[in-house]
Write a protein that binds this ligand. Structure first.
Ligand code: BT5
Length: 261
């Protein structure tokens, strides 16, 4: 990736004012976490062309080949209760949505952390945090976005899920400028981070809810090994999902995977 092409395009106030680039790292989240421990400042962004051990949630892996995609982590040091850290996952999802809007690609947010195009996953967000007692020290916001990943590479490397994975180039039928996509994404991350600071958590959760494709839709969520079915009613400031079951009661879901919608 040509990191200077990203820098030239950035007009950000906070996120991306420092941009760090590597050809290859194990995980951008992991490395930025180490840099944060050493005092790196609010808004620093780390991008790598590829990852040898890209992380998903719950010990899962993120397929991270070189030369085609975007693997980005942003360090944030907000003043917020650690219990509200989900709002940063929402900030990342909203920034991804806006980036795709700007590229004329319509996408949907899937709770808690995916971005889909036509029901296929194009991006994932991994939010990690470090607390000092009850105080949040920092957040590492990790974003993986499939940009020019080909369907052959998906079939070869993610055979079991190849029907539910896509990339921007597959959907647009053209190769995209990765630096331009990265600059747009960082720009929107900056906008939403500033919005969070000036208007608070509610404004982010409200906007996320407005853009959430599954509000009032029938969904199934896998929680541990149980499937919970019902109608998605809301997401709160802690990022919890509320499903109305067939008895009309709201069930609170703290963590799970939406199976279908
Ligand atoms: C996520 O986890 O979706 C979060 C992914 C975050 C990746 C970024 S890249 C930059 C930063 N540094 C890191 O080390 N990580 C972050 P989860 O919801 O657990 O989804 C993981 C699942 O998505 C896997 O188990 C696969 O089924 C699927 N998957 C793996 N690689 C994929 C890819 N490139 N595109 C679409 N789906 C993928």
């Amino acid at each position: 990736m040509k990191i200077n092409n990203i820098k030239e395009k950035l007009r950000t106030k906070l996120v991306g004012t420092e941009l760090i680039y590597y050809e290859s790292v194990e995980s951008t989240n992991r490395l930025l976490n180490e840099l944060a421990e050493k005092g790196k400042e609010d808004g620093a962004v780390l991008i790598s062309d590829r990852q040898t051990g890209g992380k998903g949630r719950l010990g899962r892996q993120w397929f991270s080949p070189g030369g085609v995609n975007l693997y980005l982590s942003a360090l944030l040091r907000p003043e917020v209760n650690p219990q509200n850290s989900a709002v940063f996952t929402f900030i990342a999802s909203l920034a991804l949505l806006k980036t795709l809007d700007a590229l004329n690609i319509s996408s949907q947010i899937k709770w808690p952390n995916d971005l889909l195009i036509n029901n296929k996953k194009v991006a994932g967000v991994l939010t990690e945090m470090k607390n000092e007692g009850n105080k949040l020290e920092f957040i590492i916001l990790g974003i993986g976005l499939n940009i020019n990943l080909t369907s052959d590479a998906i079939k070869e490397n993610l055979p079991k899920i190849s029907d539910s994975v896509t990339s921007l180039s597959i959907e647009k039928n053209m190769v995209l400028d990765r630096e331009d996509v990265a600059a747009k994404l960082i720009g929107f991350l900056d906008e939403y981070y500033l919005q969070f600071m000036s208007e608070g958590i509610n404004s982010i959760v409200a906007e996320w809810s407005n853009r959430w494709g599954m509000l009032n839709e029938e969904i199934s969520v896998k929680v541990d090994n149980k499937i919970i079915r019902g109608i998605a009613r809301k997401v709160d400031n802690y990022g919890f999902l509320y499903i109305e079951n067939d008895k009309g009661n709201l069930e609170k879901i703290i963590a799970g995977d939406i199976e279908s919608n």
